[in-house]
Design a protein around this ligand. Structure first.
Ligand code: NAD
Length: 366
């Protein structure tokens, strides 16, 4: 059996604990990995003067696959988000976030199964911002006020929202390809084109054109606010949601809440250069080193990684083992319990032990 070279970025906060738990489970599937462990984030600033050293990017480029823990972004420190920077540097333009209800989780309902495909490189996340009160912000306010013939208050800060034809085309094509490869029948484009005609309007127009070339998959669109309501009322009507960056981010957390919380919400950042698998949630700093948080979101990201590596039977077995642990409800962390202070909840590493025990109990595929 081939060994898979994989970059492992444990991250900070709870990252190292949940990654360690996930690596143990991945190795218990019998698939073999060569882990190339790389540090990024605040710890790297001390050693390399940057939170995202080039050698980390090089490692992901070489291995083409990475498993990543969350990385803290100190608010307002001028420290650019390493997570966003990594996605942009590697042009990981598609963020895939499945929303699947596992029996026994604190689901809004038990039949949820849809996938969010979030554009990952542009929109308000492009990082083009102008701080209130600076000469650049003032200059831009003057320019825009002249061009748009509309007044912007002089004490405003500005964040720019670029959405391009090429960026939209590739994410919508990705969504259709994803739907086809995963036996899904419909793509829904999510937007606010009625208000932002030249960004979301462009997104919708391009999505419609791409849809014409993919007649085997159904296509429709929804305005983002209506989309949120529809997902709560009629989630069965939705399959693959294709979203610009910000709406994808918000809907991902809505989706996570519908299936019992961030502890069960996995993700994959995918682009031409490779893929980085990571949970939706952040570094939960207050729980650092406490062996407390749920490792299943990273484990389920690991399942997505196994599928990406075409280790399908190992992926199926690992997902089943995780599902069994959730369904049994004994070896689960506090977030999966009815009450947060339930004394029967277990720690991060005990969840890994329980999943490994289930893996050993799951019969080998014929
Ligand atoms: P968070 O997701 O880290 O945590 C919010 C709360 O959700 C936690 O306090 C906890 O109650 C709960 N939670 C999160 N993960 C959980 C888990 N696995 N099991 C059980 N409960 C869990 O969000 P935050 O506090 O807003 O962000 C903390 C830091 O993480 C910030 O610096 C943020 O920028 C960063 N962040 C990183 C990533 C990433 O690395 N991709 C993503 C989001 C946020």
């Amino acid at each position: 059996m081939a060994r898979h070279p994989v970059t492992l970025i444990p991250g900070d906060g709870v990252g190292p604990e949940i990654c360690d738990a996930t690596v143990r489970v991945l190795e218990a599937t019998g698939v073999e990995f060569d882990w190339d462990v790389q540090q990024a984030g605040e710890a790297s600033i001390k050693d390399y003067g940057t939170p995202l050293p080039d050698h980390v990017l090089e490692s992901v480029r070489k291995n083409r696959v990475a498993l990543k823990g969350p990385i803290t972004t100190p608010i307002g420190s001028g420290f650019r988000s390493v997570n966003v920077a990594l996605r942009q540097a590697l042009d990981l333009y598609a963020l895939v976030r499945p929303v699947k209800a596992y029996k026994g989780a604190r689901n809004l309902r038990d039949d949820l199964d849809f996938v969010i495909v979030r554009e990952n490189t542009e929109d308000i996340y492009a990082g083009i911002e102008f701080e209130q009160g600076t000469p650049d912000a003032q200059h831009l306010i003057d320019e825009i006020s002249t061009l748009a013939k509309k007044k912007i208050r002089p004490d405003s800060g500005l964040s720019i929202k670029p959405i391009s034809i090429s960026g939209t085309q590739r994410i919508v094509e990705f969504a259709f390809d994803y739907a086809r490869r995963n036996n899904r029948h419909k793509v829904t484009a999510v937007h606010k084109a009625n208000i932002m005609k030249h960004t979301d309007g462009l997104f919708l127009a391009v999505a419609r054109k791409v849809a014409e070339k993919n007649p085997d998959i159904e296509f429709e669109d929804r305005i983002v606010d209506n989309m949120c309501m529809q997902l709560v009322l009629r989630p069965k009507e939705y399959d693959v949601l294709c979203c610009p960056n910000l709406y994808g981010d918000i809907i991902s957390d809505l989706g996570a809440g519908m299936i019992g919380g961030l502890g069960l919400a996995p993700g994959a950042n995918i682009g031409g250069a490779g893929a980085v698998f990571e949970a939706t949630h952040g570094s939960a700093p207050k729980y650092t080193g406490m062996n407390k948080v749920n490792p299943m979101a990273v484990m389920l990201s690991g399942v997505m990684m196994l599928r990406y590596l075409e280790e399908t039977s190992a992926a199926d077995a690992m997902e089943k083992a995780i599902a069994n642990v959730i369904a049994l409800g004994e070896n689960v962390t506090y977030d999966l319990k009815e009450k947060r202070d339930d004394p029967t909840s277990v720690g991060t590493s005990q969840v890994a032990d329980a999943v490994i025990a289930q893996l050993k109990a799951v019969p080998e595929p014929a």
